[in-house]
Write a protein that binds this ligand. Structure first.
Ligand code: HEC
Length: 488
């Protein structure tokens, strides 16, 4: 990859404000109604037996006290008033937020909370039947969650706080570097097992507080509103103290596997709504000793109340002595067309595509479409050196939820050197897209959510040819790129 093909994360932007989409895939509601876990329906769906297990698996992570969503969906009393909304949001596949097209490409992702058609139908039938509770004896045992404000990765080994920024009650969005960098205090290099990032609102003395606007929403009466969040994204990178100050982790790919070591330093783009990141055991991401965390680009959004905010980054480390098999890097694949985005006002279906050349063999660990508020869908297709083509994935895009889809280890695409990634994006800049604030406006490339972007932001592992061959040999199904053309 050349520097021109790689774009610094500084340009990665943020999620926008919350809004509803009216899309209802009514066809899905016609599916016959099985009880969850059974093949056929033998009883009318009830909360205790059918709905609660689904909510536990796919909703409670957010919809519980302190879970980030506006209301808890744990007990029957909490769920009952939301039955119609739950039916509508699950049928539209807006909840849980997970937008991978289930009919195209790879379907094996880590922590996939999405619902099957049968589960969606069961929820719909339950709501239509008046949302009956059923027998509480049928309830699954409650799920245990970390205490509100706790870390989902468990007790961290290290938590690093950013400097505090003040955000006025009413102010334009602000993006920029937050200084000074925070010392990590580490004396030795450590490999990161998991990382989680949180915004923390503090009072004048630096004590953690809940802003009034969030307290009101947590009361349950308020409408869902992601504007409770002040930090819409933060770009956080590790830098060795010995490195020059402008040597921030480029968050980019390298020419060869040998060059990867330096790029293995920790760097992350945290976006609103993102979960903790847990790295597979065979992949190393380093937090170096004698280093700082830099906050290259933080996007702050005012919430109608003057607040002081900081960003906390929590790490869990591998034990000392751990040696990773591979080292991960992360980067932006843009296809080199970004400044030419030209999205007319009022147009509901603008298509753009571009090509990104893979210069060293790699494992693509994640699929992360990144468009902005008018974005509606993105696909990624691999064109292999033998000219075989494979649509790896497509996902609808909702800029309220900038999702990272993490492939299962043995489903992550293996891309030989010379593969061309074909990136395809669709935009809806018309009144039918509720996330567009004024569809009369033309849109070009820009950092603000009301401008637009076109990125694929994956995490990758660059391999030597020998390592790549080993990975290919370990796959049960021979990859398409190994096929000869006349087998097509
Ligand atoms: C990743 C976190 C997350 C998960 C998982 C999640 N939700 Fe949500 N949900 C939210 C947030 C945040 C909102 C408010 C913003 C919005 O409406 O998009 C919300 C909004 C909703 C609303 C609309 C509330 C309103 O005011 O109209 C419903 C209904 C809902 N969720 C149901 C569910 C159900 C059912 C599931 C599981 C099948 C689920 N959610 C999974 C975070 C989540």
């Amino acid at each position: 990859m050349t520097p021109a093909e790689i774009t610094n994360w500084n340009e990665a932007a943020c999620v926008g404000v919350v809004s509803l989409t009216g899309l209802v895939l009514s066809g899905l509601l016609a599916v016959p109604v099985p009880a969850s876990g059974q093949t056929e329906s033998s009883h009318p769906a009830t909360f205790s037996k059918d709905v609660a297990p689904i909510l536990q698996r796919s909703c409670e992570s957010c919809h519980r006290a302190g879970g980030g969503a506006p209301m808890a969906l744990v007990s029957y009393a909490e769920v009952r008033p939301w039955a119609r909304a739950i039916k509508a949001r699950t049928a539209a596949r807006e909840m849980p937020p997970w937008f991978v097209d289930k009919n195209i490409g790879i379907q094996r992702f880590k922590d996939d909370p999405s619902l099957s058609d049968a589960e969606i139908a069961a929820i719909g039938a339950w709501a239509d039947a008046g949302a009956p509770q059923g027998d509480p004896a049928d309830l699954p045992p409650p799920r245990q969650w970390p205490a509100a404000g706790g870390w989902s990765i468990g007790t961290p080994d290290l938590v690093i706080s950013s400097p505090v920024s003040t955000v006025e009650a009413l102010a334009p969005d602000w993006y920029g570097m937050v200084n000074p960098p925070s010392p990590t205090g580490l004396t030795k290099d450590r490999w990161i097992k998991a990382v989680e990032i949180k915004e923390v609102i503090v009072d004048d003395d630096g004590n953690e507080v809940v802003p009034a606007v969030a307290a009101a929403a947590a009361g349950g009466a308020a409408r869902a509103d992601l504007n409770r969040s002040v930090v819409h994204h933060s770009v956080i990178n590790a830098r060795r103290n010995s490195a020059p100050e402008d040597d921030v982790h480029p968050n980019s790919g390298g020419e060869s596997a040998a060059a990867e070591r330096d790029l293995s330093l920790f760097g992350i783009v945290h976006e609103l709504g993102q979960n903790a990141t847990v790295f597979p055991d065979y992949v190393g991401v380093m937090l170096p000793g004698d280093s700082v965390l830099t906050y290259t680009n933080i996007h702050l959004h005012s919430i109608g109340e003057r607040v002081h905010v900081r960003v906390d980054t929590a790490f869990k480390f591998h034990p000392e002595g751990y040696e990773p098999k591979y080292v991960q890097t992360s980067g932006a694949q843009s296809g080199g067309f970004e400044l030419e985005l030209d999205i007319p006002g009022g147009d509901a279906n603008v298509f753009r595509d571009g090509f990104f050349r893979v210069t060293s063999p790699m494992i693509l660990m994640t699929f992360e479409p990144h468009l902005h508020s008018s974005g509606k869908r993105m696909c990624i297709e691999a064109i292999y050196p033998n000219n075989m083509r494979e649509m790896l994935n497509c996902a609808d895009y909702n800029h309220n939820w900038v999702k990272v889809y993490v492939y299962e280890d043995d489903a992550a695409p293996l891309l030989p050197a010379g593969t061309v990634l074909h990136l395809l994006a669709w935009y809806d800049n018309s009144p039918s897209n509720p996330r567009v604030s004024d569809p009369r406006n033309w849109k070009g490339w820009g950092n603000r959510s009301i401008d637009d972007m076109f990125y694929h932001l994956p995490r990758m592992i660059f391999l030597t040819e020998e390592q790549f061959e080993e990975e290919v040999a370990a796959r049960e199904t021979p990859p398409l790129f190994a096929a000869t053309q006349n087998q097509q």
